[in-house]
Design a protein around this ligand. Structure first.
Ligand code: NDP
Length: 288
């Protein structure tokens, strides 16, 4: 049976570490790291995500502010709020919860967040720095996956990682992170997507397979090399609850280690948001 990579437990451990660092930072600088969360509309999943993110901030001793705006908020109103938060010295990180209502140009909003406060790591500046090999804020889900592997003593360096999914928030930045010329990275990375041919043959060559697709039970046991490590990023809402992109029951018999859903990658994502917010507060303190 595979080792279960318990993201919930690791998230608790890392949040305790972050809480200690927040307390030390506050003592040294008199400043409490703070995250402003912007939520627009009535998307129930987004409401839960934002609530969980704010609760996590409070748990580690960070400030958190919620800007809960109506569905019909205009782009100009939202941009004005982001500009105000960019200029507010108490706010170190800004989180604009996606998706946004259709009247809003999401890309424009993401780019409006100051590069110094881009704790989601989705802005062009953050992604550009990552592509250049000089990362500042790394997107939270990919960073959480890297930590989940490393903190479970799963080597990444030199190994073949196959990522299924090339989105701007998961697959693409994850590939950039794991191929960095840096400790904890240095992987050989292959990225697959909906147009990839002979997908199963490619995933079967991997030492580490990462599924970030959004389709229940997509990755089957015959697509995984015996002994490989499997990371399931997928969150699919079924009537019976959440499932991932991996056929867990079958794949766990083949893999050497595997993440569960829920309780794998998800809790790590929030933890990395806290990590990034602390980094942002440090950045702000050092550049005052
Ligand atoms: P997107 O829908 O943006 O991207 C999905 C990717 O999967 C695309 O690159 C797409 O290819 C690829 N894909 C779709 N179908 C196939 C197929 N049949 N074969 C191969 N590749 C395929 O999703 P996200 O990256 O935003 O999210 C992926 C999953 O991860 C979702 O379930 C999401 O809910 C979850 N998620 C979980 C998070 C967490 O914290 N645990 C955070 C973020 C996301 P193409 O580019 O060609 O269309």
């Amino acid at each position: 049976m595979a080792l279960i990579l318990d993201g919930k437990k690791l998230a608790q451990t890392m949040q305790a570490e972050i809480a200690a660092e927040v307390a030390k930072f506050a003592q040294q600088t008199g400043v409490r790291p703070g995250l402003a969360a912007v939520l627009v509309g009535e998307n129930s999943a987004s409401q839960v995500y934002v609530r969980n993110k704010r609760a996590a901030c409070q748990k580690v001793g960070m400030e958190s502010w919620l800007y809960d705006l109506p569905e019909l908020t205009t782009q100009a109103q939202l941009l004005e709020l982001v500009q105000r938060l960019n200029a507010d010295a108490n706010v170190h990180g800004i989180l604009v919860q996606l998706p946004l209502p259709k009247q809003i140009d999401e890309a424009a909003l993401v780019q409006a967040v100051s590069p110094e406060k881009d704790v989601d790591g989705f802005g062009v500046y953050s992604l550009g720095l990552l592509a250049m090999g000089k990362p500042r804020f790394l997107p939270c889900t990919p960073l959480g996956i890297q930590q989940l592997l490393l903190r479970n003593n799963i080597a990444i360096e030199g190994r073949h990682v196959v990522i299924v999914g090339r989105s701007n928030i998961v697959g693409k930045p994850l590939a950039l992170i794991l191929m960095q010329k840096a400790a904890g990275a240095n992987a050989t990375v292959t990225v697959c997507h909906s147009k990839s041919e002979r997908l199963g043959e490619i995933t079967k060559q991997a030492d580490i397979v990462i599924a970030a697709i959004g389709q229940t039970h997509f990755l089957k046991a015959d697509m995984v090399r015996p002994g490989a490590v499997v990371v399931d990023v997928g969150i699919n809402r079924l009537p019976g609850g959440l499932t991932g992109d991996v056929d867990f029951a079958a794949v766990e018999k083949v893999a050497s280690a595997i993440t569960p859903v829920p309780g794998g990658v998800g809790p790590m994502t929030i933890t990395m948001l806290l990590h990034n917010t602390l980094q942002a507060a440090r950045f702000h303190a050092n550049n005052r």
